[in-house]
Write a protein that binds this ligand. Structure first.
Ligand code: C2E
Ligand code: CA
Ligand code: CA
Length: 745
């Protein structure tokens, strides 16, 4: 007996899970999927990581294999020839030996209801096919960790149960001797660190051993002999369960008492304890005393809680993950079921151009950005609101107490504001914007997944509308998203089919009235829709990174065309071509080399190329912009700031940029007729340009009056429908043939 007593329980968290190397241990993984090729690909991937893989192609054989050889992880297709994956999942989870084996359901692209069903069937996780291999490997590795932790806990629990049984036997066999005898403590106290208690149910007095008292930081005299000494110290949330466990044993419903609870330590903190006890009954089977032990399980409990925490939090930002977000959202929705008006909103955030930060500054900087992002979001919200990282550069926010759309928009506004401050990444100031989708909780939403899905749809809409903005979900959006998807596919096809062409619009010198340059503006010659404007397809091209090959094509083709014109019309005074570059293209690491290559190959005269970049892009990363602009300048490329006046241009930076021209945005020009305010703005821009020795182009000139006002202000160049709408190359050739005078001398 002494031998048994001294048998130490191995703390699973210290000796097993937290010891080094264990996480790398290979696992035994069962794949149940009827597609043999897919099975093989998954098996190959896992075997490269040293895992042992078993394959089954039917539900029945999968079940048999799982039962015969309890695997560490099961990957289960939802569509099998003989059984539905959900049913197999339920069957596996119902089996006591397999209950703790993690199951990942492999779904098709299905909607979120599939995922809900997956969770309801007891699956631990799901992956949509086709899946990203790095994500797949990370999930497998994390589920194997979970599996090992659970296995250790179960081992520990079995040992504990055995110990209680042993002790039960002991106590029963020496029932008589135990009565009133001090010996019982000596006997039981061999269980090392346990505190002991002995409760006389007839006198309602409890003996607490000195160890019991010291376990809660108390001295001998601090604790009296009433049961309340114990119960009043138990955490209010745990009191009921302890009392219920005691009742259940004293009235004979359970064989022994066992209960875990938090108890107040002298210093005001709570510690986790487990108590086990046995009642001693009189001839009428009424419990007259009860004696037992108390062990401190704080370390194990903390580790358990940590594991639980890890399963529901994002490792990098420490924010709740998607699973926890959905759970909280569902709970909030449930709470509001009876309420007349829902008062919650879900915001879905996606960082704009996160990939650029990652690619140009490295993953560490990308991670740093995500962490800081999470911190700022957390800081600007109410304690009740939940901020979660859904994965990648996506965040979700659950806002409670919103009464209407204005409230939700206001929260989004606050978020945009706190993100305006630059992020310090690798010693640089990086400016970041986000696209936000908003959805208000409405009665019609029953599932958290649906709300989250709609917020995501709205976020994609915000991206497509030009980023750095928020959009609220409405039911028409699903259709819009489908249109966008359709457009995206169409756009990919178009770039293979050479359906793009360039229109040119004259930029006129106000002094001479002659052509100074042509701006190249891309068009899509759609086989069914005819000419499509860039406003419709560029935002999508930008999203899908089709934009760079497109812009570089415009660059090359414009230069080639300029050279051809100059060779064919030698009598016309030299003019240049002005090409737009989007932010994505401008920040390409090899942009300068690409431009150099185009200049060399097309052999256009020096100064023949102008590049237009919007204010926002330049201000996004001033330091990088200066470097790139200087290198372009070194090749005698002229640089224009497009849409000037619309961005959040920091005037203090403007003089540091090696630029040549400001293009006043047409919104100021078109309103010149309307009144003094725009006049003042245009005048200010003119003065600023003079000061910095920059030239000015006024774009969007539509009326003779506007031109007159601009001329009075000594504006250098003008562009707009007043002269010509953008047109195909053949139009330009007509102007060149006539050597057209645009403004009468
Ligand atoms: P942007 O650079 O500001 O180009 C000027 C836009 O204003 C052009 O629209 C032009 O057709 C239009 N416009 C010109 N004169 C007038 C006028 O008098 N009144 C009015 N209301 N509009 C006028 P477009 O061609 O639809 O281009 C829209 C935007 O698409 C451009 O704005 C530019 O940011 C982008 N874009 C066009 N082509 C390219 C390209 O090849 N590459 C890149 N990256 N962006 C391009
Ligand atoms: Ca432009
Ligand atoms: Ca412009």
């Amino acid at each position: 007996m002494a031998g048994k007593e001294s048998k130490r329980i191995v703390d699973p968290f210290r000796s097993d899970i937290f010891s080094t190397g264990i996480f790398q241990r290979p696992g035994r993984i069962l794949i149940i999927d009827d597609d043999p090729d897919f099975n093989q690909t998954v098996a190959d991937t896992l075997e490269r990581e040293n895992h042992n893989v078993f394959k089954a192609t039917t539900g029945k054989s999968g079940l048999e294999m799982a039962l015969a050889d309890e695997p560490d992880l099961i990957l289960l297709d939802i569509k099998l020839p003989d059984m539905a994956g959900f049913d197999i999942c339920r069957e596996l989870k119902a089996h006591p030996e397999l209950r703790y084996v993690p199951i990942v359901l492999l779904t098709g692209i299905g909607g979120s209801d599939v995922h809900v069903q997956a969770i309801q069937s007891g699956a631990n996780d799901f992956l949509s096919k086709p899946f990203s291999w790095p994500v797949f490997k990370a999930r497998v590795s994390s589920l194997l960790k979970y599996r090992r932790a659970v296995a250790s806990l179960r081992r520990a629990r079995t040992e504990l149960e055995q110990r209680v049984k042993d002790r039960t036997g002991e106590l029963q066999s020496s029932n008589e001797r135990l009565l009133e005898s001090e010996e019982r403590y000596a006997l039981a106290a061999r269980a090392a660190n346990d505190g002991l208690w002995d409760w006389n149910l007839e006198t309602d007095k409890v003996y607490f051993s000195p160890r019991w008292k010291s376990m809660i930081g108390c001295a001998e005299k601090d604790v009296g002999d009433l049961p309340t000494e114990w119960f009043r110290r138990v955490h209010p949330e745990d009191r009921d369960s302890l009392e219920a466990a005691i009742d259940s044993h004293t009235n004979g419903a359970s064989d022994y008492l066992e209960c875990e609870y938090r108890i107040l330590y002298k210093d005001g903190t709570y510690r986790w304890m487990i108590t086990r006890g046995l009642a001693i009954r009189n001839g009428e089977n009424k419990a007259t005393r009860m004696a037992g032990s108390q062990s401190d399980i704080t370390v194990r409990k903390m580790a358990e809680l940590q594991l639980l925490h890890n399963a529901f939090h994002d490792e990098l930002t420490r924010l709740p993950n998607r699973a926890l977000f959905l759970d909280r959202l569902q709970q909030t929705m449930k709470r509001m079921e009876g309420v007349e008006h829902y008062n919650l909103a879900v915001l879905h955030l996606d960082i704009d151009r996160f990939k650029i930060v990652n690619d140009s500054l490295g993953h560490m900087a990308g991670n740093q950005l995500l962490i800081e992002m999470g911190r700022r979001l957390r800081k600007c919200l109410q304690p009740l609101d939940t901020v979660a990282r859904l994965g990648g550069d996506e965040f979700a926010i659950l806002v409670e107490n919103v009464n209407n759309l204005d409230d939700a928009n206001q929260v989004a506004g606050v978020i945009h504001d706190v993100l305006k401050e630059p992020f310090k990444l690798r010693e640089r100031d990086v400016f970041v914007t986000t696209s936000v989708g908003i959805v208000l909780g409405k009665k019609k939403y029953l599932k958290a997944e649906d709300l989250l899905r709609d917020s995501e749809t709205a976020m994609h809409r915000a991206k497509a509308q030009g980023k750095a903005r928020q959009e609220t979900f409405h039911s028409g959006m699903h259709a819009q998203v489908l249109t966008v998807l359709h457009l995206e596919n169409d756009l990919r096809r178009a770039s293979h089919a050479n359906e793009f062409l360039i229109y040119y619009q004259p930029i006129v010198c106000m002094k001479t009235g002659k052509l100074s340059a042509v701006e190249s503006l891309i068009r899509w010659k759609h086989p069914e829709r005819g000419i499509v404007s860039p406003g419709e397809f560029l935002p999508i091209a930008e999203e899908t990174e089709l934009i760079t090959p497109m812009s570089l094509w415009v660059l090359r083709e414009s230069c080639r065309q300029l050279k051809e014109w100059q060779d064919r019309f030698p009598k016309v005074a030299p003019f240049s071509v002005s090409v737009n570059l989007s932010g994505t293209t401008f920040t390409q690491p090899n942009l300068v080399a690409q431009v150099k290559d185009v200049l060399e190959q097309t052999r256009i005269p020096s100064g023949g190329l102008k590049i237009e970049i919007t204010e926002g892009v330049l201000m996004g990363n001033i330091q990088a912009a200066i470097t790139t602009l200087s290198q372009l300048k070194g090749m005698n490329v002229q640089l224009l700031v497009d849409d000037f006046g619309t961005g959040y241009s920091s005037l203090s930076y403007l003089h540091r940029l090696p630029i040549d021209v400001l293009k006043i945005d047409h919104s100021f020009v078109s309103n010149l007729d309307l009144g003094d305010k725009n006049l003042a703005i245009v005048k200010t821009i003119m003065a600023l340009a003079r000061n910095l020795e920059l030239k000015v182009v006024a774009e969007g000139v539509e009326t003779a009056h506007q031109l007159e006002v601009l001329r009075e202000m000594n504006c250098d160049y003008a562009q707009g429908y007043l002269f010509a709408r953008p047109g195909p190359a053949i139009e330009v050739e007509k102007w060149l043939t006539a050597d057209k005078q645009w403004i009468p001398a």
